[in-house]
Design a protein around this ligand. Structure first.
Ligand SMILES: [Zn+2]
Ligand SMILES: [Zn+2]
Length: 232
């Protein structure tokens, strides 16, 4: 049996767990372990943790995880930023690398953010999962994906509206456009992938001020015809 769980999504913290055949991997850990335990998280069946990049909402819990003996994978850039190059439990996983973690095969690929960031293509049995967050664009196309875990942070319409209303300043407006996935870019990306095996889409990292959960869910459902949920 394959399962995806979310322990939080967005700029306040991100953490997801995939479980297959009683083995788990965690993707991103933007919360302290105590906070995760309160949400029902357990480390016992976790075979490895994947960290996308060095922003706090994705790596806040890394020190706790290492202290508790978890094996954590991240790019060399992220290891340097977090000063973990000489930690034995912190393994290098750069864009282009593939690693086998228990029942999971994980391939990392590069994303377009304001600091080095990677996404993950994960295989577990017949399940093919793509994880992309904190990127305004993805240059790769994927085939046979069964589960898309993809950021939709804002839409051009919502940030345009916020800019004119004065609730979003010009600098943040520009940053959002070049660091996070918009509805428009996410739809283009999904359209360019082979969706014939798709079963489910999880929308991640919705902006509190510039997101529109109902609209984003509707647009992705309309395009894909599969189960769509918005993680918070
Ligand atoms: Zn983030
Ligand atoms: Zn980020």
């Amino acid at each position: 049996m394959f399962r995806i769980e979310s322990f939080g999504s967005g700029s306040g913290g991100n953490c997801y767990r995939l479980t297959y055949n009683n083995q788990s991997i965690v993707i991103d850990c933007g919360f302290r372990l105590n906070a995760l335990y309160r949400k029902g998280f357990t480390l016992s069946d976790v075979k490895g943790v994947l960290i996308s990049h060095a922003h706090n909402d994705h790596c806040k819990g890394v020190a706790d995880l290492l202290k508790h003996g978890a094996v954590v994978y991240m790019s060399d850039d992220t290891r340097r930023t977090l000063d973990l190059r000489y930690n034995f439990l912190c393994r290098q996983l750069n864009a282009g690398d593939t690693v086998k973690i228990g029942e999971f095969t994980v391939k990392a690929f590069d994303l377009q953010h304001d600091i080095p960031n990677i996404g993950f293509l994960i295989k577990a049995g017949d399940n093919v999962i793509v994880y992309i967050t904190d990127s305004y664009y993805c240059k790769y196309r994927f085939k046979g994906v069964t589960h898309m875990m993809i950021e939709i942070n804002h839409s051009y319409e919502t940030i345009e509206r916020s800019l004119h209303a004065g609730t979003l300043n010009k600098a943040l407006y520009k940053r959002l456009k070049t660091s996070h996935f918009s509805l428009e870019n996410a739809i283009q990306f999904l359209k360019s992938c082979d969706l014939s095996h798709l079963k489910e889409v999880r929308i991640l990292h919705l902006s509190q001020d510039n997101g529109d959960a109902e609209l984003f869910k509707y647009e992705v459902e309309r395009l894909t015809g599969v189960l769509v949920s918005v993680e918070r």
